[in-house]
Design a binder for this molecule. Structure first.
Ligand code: GDP
Length: 302
């Protein structure tokens, strides 16, 4: 239900347009395909994904000898799910260690909803019976540390922090030490989100990475990139930059509730081959949902 509500904007625009198209054309022909292609592009599904989908659709229409547009929506959904799941690992949950400390590093530019997502994820994991701690590694943006503390208080988890402007690697060192000594299950680390200077960003992330890895071999176990769905194709550009700077293991797509261009999920996964692990569907504590391809795609046409 959450998923469905969160996609309501995409659904009401994209789906109703597809339905209009089906009613307008009745017959599946080149004009129909062309207009459908435009609709998919407008929903930010992304050029390459749209091309893949159109090929698959044409093939299927021929194979099944489909003449009418009636019922074409279910064929579109089917093909979208197929494209989306092709070549991807089946497991897209979080890699939580069975024993010992799991470290999750969050990266992403300012304003995308990184802090909010960390708070929501902490809440989610705590509900699952895990002990969670937060590390205020964004020592650069004014207010970032306090904002994380607010979420820590709200969720009821400890936040390890230093003063604004301090060395993020030092914060991480403290945090990992504290998490280990308190026997915490999961440490979630915030980081600064400046993309203006890629070399700095890369250096900082690598340093943070090294400190964590030295204290916990094999960590960080997840590097999650937060991307804002409302920024459309811009999110793809950010993802590319972060992919070059660090080993991103998963994406959290935020603010999916705030856009009619929910197709960006498909573009991200199809183009970058990084799994979307969670989606943000609102500002509240429980508005973070694990991503589910079928729920998502079928939700679009529900
Ligand atoms: P940060 O700079 O990346 O840490 O971003 P914040 O966590 O401060 O979030 C920026 C704004 O986006 C805040 O007003 C959040 O409430 C809002 N936000 C974050 N995630 C979502 C979401 O999934 N849906 C909606 N509608 N708003 C969100």
């Amino acid at each position: 239900e959450k998923f469905k509500d969160g996609l309501s904007k995409t659904r009401s625009q994209f789906t109703s347009k597809v339905n209009d198209l089906v009613a307008k054309y009745r017959k599946v022909d080149e004009d129909f395909f062309e207009e459908l292609e435009d609709l998919l592009l407008q929903a930010d599904v992304g050029v390459e994904t749209v091309m893949d989908l159109m090929d698959a659709l044409r093939f299927e229409v021929q194979r099944k000898n489909i003449k009418d547009t009636a019922g074409i929506q279910s064929v579109i959904s089917e093909k979208l799910v197929e494209i989306y799941e092709s070549g991807e690992d089946e497991f897209i949950g979080l890699l939580i260690q069975e024993t010992g400390l799991t470290v999750i590093l969050f990266v992403g530019v300012n304003g995308v909803g990184k802090t909010t997502t960390i708070g929501k994820l902490a809440h989610r994991l705590k509900e699952q019976g895990k002990t969670v701690m937060l590390a205020a590694g964004d020592t650069f943006r004014a207010g970032a540390i306090e904002q994380l503390q607010v979420w820590g208080d709200r969720v009821g988890v400890d936040v390890i922090k230093q003063n604004e402007g301090s060395d993020p690697a030092a914060v991480m060192y403290d945090a990992v030490r504290a998490a280990k000594s308190r026997g915490v299950d999961i440490l979630i680390c915030d980081t600064a989100g400046r993309l203006q200077n890629k070399v700095n960003l890369m250096n900082e992330l690598q340093k943070v990475h090294r400190v964590i890895e030295r204290e916990v071999p094999g960590a960080p176990h997840e590097v999650l990139l937060a991307l804002d769905a409302t920024t459309g194709q811009n999110a793809l550009i950010q993802a590319q930059a972060f992919k070059e700077a660090t080993n991103v293991t998963g994406i959290v797509l935020t603010k999916l509730d705030g856009t009619a261009k929910g197709g960006i999920v498909l573009a991200i996964r199809n183009k970058l081959h990084i799994p979307v692990k969670f989606v943000g569907l609102g500002e509240k504590m429980d508005d973070l949902q694990p991503f589910d391809t079928e729920k998502y795609v079928y939700g679009l046409f529900a």
